[in-house]
Design a protein around this ligand. Structure first.
Ligand code: PLP
Ligand code: COI
Length: 343
């Protein structure tokens, strides 16, 4: 039985936690093909103890959000991009491809089966979709699994970093989340296991999360926990790091486009030297869960480098980017062609 019911949720107070909703989608791959997939009520999965997901981390996940529009429609933000990224992750760790249509239709069907759980327009909350793909079946040696499960559950969520649009501080870690030619650009489970300890240490010191530097030289900013980094220079350029070991964030690429085409800013994907972080007047973390979280300050070598208004307020460009992105996501503003899917 569900502990939480949609009627009892205070939508404006939601954080980023799992809430069991009514239905989830599950499909199985065997002998080279996917079955039809179905919606089920049970939120547990029983699989072989010898599944590669348990031992060898053969798993990938995605995250995307659905929003209630003012007129009651439910809108899904760029699900085709998540499908394509999941397929790139699958390629990297030898899992089967999921046709983009199958992925998008599964997202729509799981939302339609949980409509009461889509947070109301204007609540600041959204419905988070968590697609995941994993190797199952009997197997012992280090090799790809004989069978796979693709599943999607949903959970209503609020902000990932406490504070929402209030700035939070981060600390540079000397641990790495990825190797130079490793799996950093793929959304695979193992990357996140490796991030648990640096995240715990950052939080213990009072920071929202850690910032990773490039694994080769430890001189360039790569990721902000489970989000990408962007900075706004003092002459108003939108800058975001470039590297093969960063997860290509759909939010980040959306912001690059919006900064250029909607806000008419200059944009650059280039190295961001940690020794030069004071080049930025504003900085932020961006991602599906994080949306846009303003960075108040970054602690590096025992010094806190702060951004807009000593890190106490969200800067004007960050706010404009936030308003533009979320305006498109909830249907208040016209987005670029093909970004918003009606459910
Ligand atoms: N970086 C990492 C490591 C992530 O886990 C995520 C979340 O998906 C992101 C960045 C942001 O990516 P996206 O904007 O596609 O959600
Ligand atoms: C997302 O933004 O969807 C993520 O995957 C980040 C995190 C919750 C792992």
């Amino acid at each position: 039985m569900n502990a939480v019911k949609p009627d009892n949720i205070k939508w404006g107070e939601l954080g980023f936690s799992y809430i069991k909703t009514d239905k989830r989608y599950i499909a199985r791959w065997k002998d080279g093909k996917w079955d039809e997939g179905k919606l089920v009520s049970d939120n547990t999965i029983t699989i072989s103890e010898a599944s590669t997901v348990f031992h060898y981390g053969q798993s990938s996940f995605e995250g995307l959000k659905a929003f209630k529009a003012k007129d009651g429609r439910v809108l899904l933000f760029r699900p085709d991009e998540n499908a394509k990224r999941m397929n790139r992750s699958a390629d990297r760790i030898l899992m089967p491809q999921i046709p983009v249509d199958m992925f998008v239709n599964a997202c729509k069907s799981v939302i339609n089966a949980n409509l009461d759980w889509v947070p109301p327009y204007g609540s600041g909350a959204s419905l988070y979709l968590r697609p995941f793909l994993m190797g199952i079946g009997d197997n012992l040696g280090v090799r790809p699994a004989p069978e796979y499960i693709f599943s999607i559950f949903v959970s209503p969520v609020g902000p990932y970093f406490k504070g929402g649009l209030s700035p939070v501080n981060f600390i540079i870690t000397d641990m790495d989340r990825a190797a130079p030619q490793g799996t950093g650009a793929a959304k695979v489970g193992g990357n996140y296991a490796g991030s648990l300890l640096p995240n715990k240490e950052a939080k213990k010191q009072g920071f929202a999360d850690c910032i990773y530097l490039d694994p080769k030289t430890h001189t360039k900013i790569e990721e902000v926990g489970a989000a990408n980094f962007f900075g706004i220079t003092k002459d108003n350029k939108f800058i975001t790091p470039i590297s093969d070991s960063i997860l290509p964030s759909i939010t980040k690429y959306s912001l690059l486009y919006l900064a250029k085409e909607y806000l008419k800013m200059e944009t650059e994907e280039r190295d961001v030297l940690v020794d030069n972080i004071d080049e930025f007047a504003e900085a932020g973390a961006c991602g599906t869960a994080a949306v846009i979280s303003p960075i108040g300050g970054i602690s590096y070598k025992d010094k806190l480098h702060t951004f807009y208004k000593n890190g106490k307020e969200v800067g004007p460009i960050t706010r404009k980017l936030y308003d533009t992105l979320t305006g498109i996501q909830k249907g208040d503003m016209q987005g670029p062609e093909g970004w918003v899917f009606e459910v």
